[in-house]
Design a protein around this ligand. Structure first.
Ligand code: SF4
Length: 370
């Protein structure tokens, strides 16, 4: 992995205005979807962005691709500031930044053949000639484990896993540097998840891709990520390399998330942290630390002062006033993740990884047509 960052995000903010009235619209508030988010991704690195539904992780991914305009903050892609680029300049930039969606079927035009779907981004970005493109489409299908004849078929003729492979091939069609993977396997069966995840890893090694991997599934994240960033209610609360984060999480919210991983040990429930209450609304988030309404360690300072994301150890940053004083929670060797169903799923990912290189075309074919 090259240490030079492909992407640098600094103090990124996205607030959506909330209006009332039909003819005369009044602004009555704003949804603070993303607030003061900063991170970077190196070439060839996978940074996972995790958190509960509605925490702002998908919005962050769309801001980076400028599918949404940020309210403020900086987004630098390969050293170039892109937060303020106009539509035309951003369109050119998107050749280097692609996205894979959770639901590939919804993102594939049902009236186009797979060959047309894969050739379209090349035509938009002026890659190759019309004569070259059918050959490149065949190459792309091979790269993602599909067959050349699949170019003539339509999206509805494929299974979910195969459609996600088509989505991946479409992202690769323009030779990107960065791919935002927005819950790319959460709609797939577990066994197919393993194949798609390992395909993404193989492609990363082969083409030096960087991934922002947005997910809520901690087994998938543990398998694929190099580093993990945890979001709560629009803010980053912890970021570290995956081994550190899974073994010794320091933020109370991360500790609660990881403690919820199922374990076969009957004593395990004693250490499970049950959070009280629901996630507050981003329309009116709590003052100070946004987690203070649910945090078992909250003190008076927590509701008055917003904690900065600060470095506790090299590469390990935590946004908690008490991070230095709270005892780190040790999740055991390899984290709680080392046992139980979680471990079974990790083993499944590993097995798929071992078999992937030699069985790729057969694996894709075995997923079968819908
Ligand atoms: Fe809990 Fe306070 Fe730390 Fe927030 S700052 S996580 S409320 S202890």
């Amino acid at each position: 992995m090259n240490a030079a960052p492909v992407l640098e995000v600094d103090r990124l903010v996205k607030h959506f205005p909330v209006t009332r009235g039909v003819i005369l619209q009044r602004r009555v508030g704003e949804v603070q979807a993303v607030d003061d988010v900063s991170f970077s991704i190196a070439r060839g690195e996978t940074l996972a962005l995790v958190g509960e539904s509605g925490c702002g992780k998908s919005t962050t991914g769309r801001l980076i691709l400028r599918l949404l305009d940020p309210s403020s903050g900086s987004i630098r892609f390969k050293g170039e500031e892109i937060a303020g680029l106009d539509h035309g300049a951003m369109r050119r930039m998107r050749r280097h930044m692609q996205i894979i969606f959770q639901d590939p079927y919804a993102s594939l035009n049902p009236r186009m053949t797979v060959g047309e779907i894969l050739a379209e981004p090349m035509a938009v970005h002026g890659i190759g000639t019309p004569e070259d493109r059918p050959g490149r489409v065949r190459d792309l299908l091979g790269v993602v484990g599909l067959l050349p004849e699949h170019a003539r078929r339509y999206p509805h003729q494929f299974s979910g896993g195969q459609r996600q492979r088509i989505g991946i091939a479409r992202a690769l069609a323009v030779n990107p540097d960065l791919i935002v993977c927005d819950e790319p396997v959460s709609a797939l069966d577990v066994s197919i998840q393993a194949q798609v995840i390992n395909l993404l890893q193989n492609l990363q090694q082969r083409f030096g891709l960087s991934y922002l991997f947005i997910a809520h599934d901690l087994a998938v994240v543990k398998h694929i990520s190099d580093r993990v960033a945890v979001m709560y209610l629009g803010r980053l609360v912890e970021i570290a390399d995956k081994r550190t984060l899974y073994a010794t999480p320091r933020h109370p919210y991360t500790q609660a998330l990881l403690s919820a991983i199922p374990r076969p040990d009957p004593n395990a429930d004693r250490t499970r942290i049950i959070l009280q209450g629901d996630v507050p609304s981003p329309l009116n988030p709590p003052t100070g630390c946004r987690f203070h309404t649910r945090c078992p360690h909250a003190v008076a300072r927590c509701s008055a002062e917003t904690p900065e994301l600060r470095e506790l150890a090299p590469g390990h940053r935590v946004a908690c006033h008490l991070a230095d004083t709270l005892a780190p929670t040790r999740m055991g060797a390899g984290g709680d993740a080392a046992r139980g169903k979680f471990a079974e799923r990790l083993a499944l990912f590993e097995a798929a990884k071992q078999g992937m290189a030699r069985r790729e075309p057969a694996v894709a074919a075995s997923e079968g047509f819908a």
